[in-house]
Design a protein around this ligand. Structure first.
Ligand SMILES: [Zn+2]
Length: 180
């Protein structure tokens, strides 16, 4: 039995949960709960709704490019199921899941690191400007100190310009090839 993702939020729908909607052009939409179905019938865009996986992926908050997603893809080849194959699949599912969690964590860590670097850069920039300001002006007028929010915003803008170099956990690559 295959676990379907929710059309709207992208979470997994387990047996006995959710609803299925068949549009009059035969396209099937699966929803995990009423919240997602309602949002869909209101014609909300999942890429613009903050709590969906589509939004997170579109903004680079979640891991999107990784060989691990290849395993999940639907294939059009018919597979003959044998006992050994099923056993192998069930066992490899565990390892794949641990690798997936690890990589998702690494992705977030990389992003946090990059954000911190950019914020520190902004602080350094401000300090330099302050020094210059003090040298050139003798009055008591002070520069407006940027708040943390402002710095974050600036860093975010930078982040969009600077392509974040993503380092993946390479050590699991071999393990992945074996299970694939
Ligand atoms: Zn959903």
């Amino acid at each position: 039995m295959r676990l379907e993702p929710c059309y709207f939020c992208g979470s997994t729908i387990y047996p006995g949960h959710g609803t299925k909607f068949v549009r009059n052009d035969c396209k099937i939409f699966n929803f995990c709960r009423g919240k997602c179905q309602k949002a869909f019938s209101k014609k909300r865009n999942p890429r613009k709704t903050r709590w969906t996986k589509a939004y997170r992926k579109a903004r680079g908050k979640d891991l999107t490019v990784d060989p691990i997603f290849e395993l999940e893809k639907r294939r059009n080849e018919p597979v003959k199921l044998t006992e050994a194959l099923i056993k192998n699949v069930v066992e490899s599912m565990k390892t794949i899941e641990t690798i997936r969690v690890k990589r998702a964590g690494q992705h977030i860590k990389n992003r946090l690191k990059e954000g911190k670097r950019l914020r520190l850069k902004e602080v350094a920039k401000y300090e330099k400007a302050e020094m210059k300001h003090k040298e050139t002006t003798s009055s008591n007028v002070e520069l407006v100190k940027p708040t943390l929010e402002l710095l974050k915003e600036k860093a975010k803008k930078r982040e969009k310009e600077v392509k974040v170099e993503v380092e993946y956990v390479k050590e699991d690559e071999e393990l992945l090839m074996e299970t694939a």
